[in-house]
Structure formats: structure tokens, C-alpha cells
Write a protein that binds this ligand. Structure first.
Ligand code: 4GX
Length: 248
């Protein structure tokens, strides 16, 4: 999987590629990730990448020519990669999109600064616009790193097998169950008995149940489109009954 990040701040991207899971994925040859400096594709003594907006107004716009050449260079490195523009106007990034991206063979990220990029780049040289959330950052670099991170951990051979990724938050559309480790008592709080029981069937059942209930309590929006299994319906009905008993 190839990742190319186009930015005027490549020094923001490089330390991220040199640490933790990303570094491991690079070392194992699972990903090939690099940042290209858009400024290297700008002309003139000052290598200017931005200009004043036509029609006036405050702020600057990224000039099309350097971006166009940078996208051309990225496409030579990763010819079949999808070209993604990071912008608050894009389709909201989620786990399903991460899975879709993980099945592609490359991604090119265009990181805008200032007020944005010339519309002719958005129209002509971008495959999709993606947003990581409804807030405004100073540039697309953090958004590109968020996506590289979420996609890389889904690739086979990055996490312990691809099993842990599968069981994780959001696979199956639910939040993860609670985790505990030693000591067995911390700050006067113990650990649920079932986890100490050694009964793996009961442990898995408890994990499925707490995963469903905590999704209902913390992120009910995630359950709106969901089809429930027989066991899940039973769990929810049982909690419903317990609450009714409590209220009287
Ligand atoms: N999710 N930003 C991009 C400049 C910009 C504006 C419009 C292209 C078109 C963001 C987000 C985000 C701030 C990145 C504005 N570039 N990116 N930048 N939220 O806030 O992805």
C-alpha cells in the first residue's frame, strides 16, 4: 500500500511515519509512505504556493500549478492511487471508509492550507473529498495522518494478526467491551468476577453484552441502522425488564 502526502509542511508528516505502528508497517514493507513538499513544485526564486483570491476578500488560496505538478509526481509514485483532498466539505471519514481505503493499493492526500485550494484542482485532479470531522483545522496534514493511521492498522501483518483489528471498536458496529489488567484491586475497585472465572464461553458472552450496552449508553446513534441478533435482542429486552423492575 502506497501513501503519498502532498503538503507544504512535510516535516509534520515524517516523525509520524518514524514512530510506533507506522514505523513497523514501513519496516515490514507493508506500507510505503512519503511526504512530498508542494513547494518543490513551485517556480521562481521564492517558490510561492499561494496567492490572493480572485474577487477579493481575506486569506490566501493555494495556486493550481504547483499542486497540479505535485499531484502529477505523486501519481508517478502511485499510479493507481485514489487522490483525496482533505476538506471540511468532504464526505465524513468513518471505519467503513477506512476499510474501503485499506482494500485499495494506494492513497494520495492533498493537504490544503489557508482558505483552501483553487477550485479547478478540486474539480479536475481529485477523486474524492474527505473530512475527518466538523471542525476547522489550519491544514489537511493532521487529517491525512488520521486516515493513514486508521487504514494502516487494518492491513494484514500490522497488528497481532488481523484478528485484533477485527474484534476492535466498530467492527460489527459496536464499541469495545471494557478491559482490565493487574492489579486485581486498584483504588478500591475490583474486576468483574466473570473475567477471573476462566470460563471462556461466559467471558465472551459478557464481552458481547457489555459491548452492546455501553454502545447503547454512550453512542446510541451507532445502533440506529443496526440489525440485532437474537442474542442481542434478548440482552436489550432483559436490560429493559431490569430497568422497569427498578422504576416499579
Ligand atoms: N477534515 N481543514 C483543509 C484548507 C482547505 C479548505 C478547503 C481545501 C479546501 C479538515 C477537516 C480541515 C482545514 C483542512 C481547511 N483545503 N480537513 N484546510 N475538518 O479542517 O479534513
Amino acid at each position: 500500500m502506497k501513501f503519498v502526502v502532498l503538503t507544504i509542511f512535510p516535516e509534520m508528516i515524517n516523525p509520524f511515519l518514524e514512530n510506533g505502528m507506522l514505523r513497523l508497517a514501513v519496516e515490514r514493507g507493508i506500507i510505503d509512505a512519503r511526504a512530498l513538499n508542494i513547494r518543490d513544485y513551485a517556480e521562481g526564486k521564492h517558490r510561492v504556493t499561494d496567492d490572493k483570491p480572485y474577487g477579493g476578500g481575506c486569506g490566501m488560496v493555494m495556486k493550481p500549478e504547483p499542486l497540479s505538478r505535485a499531484i502529477g509526481a505523486a501519481s508517478e509514485i502511485a499510479p493507481t492511487a485514489r487522490r483525496i483532498l482533505l476538506t471540511p466539505q468532504g464526505r465524513p471519514f468513518d471505519q467503513a471508509m477506512a476499510q474501503d481505503f485499506a482494500a485499495s493499493d494506494g492513497l494520495i492526500f492533498i493537504c490544503g492550507r489557508y482558505e483552501g485550494v483553487d477550485e479547478r484542482i478540486c474539480q479536475g485532479m481529485v477523486d474524492e473529498e474527505v473530512s475527518i470531522g466538523d471542525y476547522v483545522m489550519t491544514g489537511g496534514e493532521l487529517a491525512a495522518m488520521v486516515i493513514v493511521d486508521a487504514v494502516t492498522r487494518l492491513l494484514p501483518g500490522v497488528l497481532g494478526g488481523d484478528e485484533s483489528a477485527e474484534k476492535d471498536s466498530f467492527s460489527g458496529g459496536l464499541l469495545e467491551h471494557a478491559h482490565y489488567t493487574r492489579p486485581s484491586v486498584f483504588d478500591g475497585e475490583g474486576v468483574p468476577d466473570v473475567l477471573m472465572s476462566g470460563n471462556h464461553a461466559e467471558i465472551e458472552k459478557w464481552r458481547r453484552e457489555t459491548s452492546l450496552i455501553r454502545t447503547f449508553l454512550k453512542r446510541p446513534d451507532l445502533l440506529e441502522q443496526r440489525e440485532f441478533s437474537r442474542e442481542e435482542k434478548h440482552v436489550l429486552t432483559e436490560w429493559c425488564r431490569r430497568i422497569e423492575d427498578l422504576v416499579g
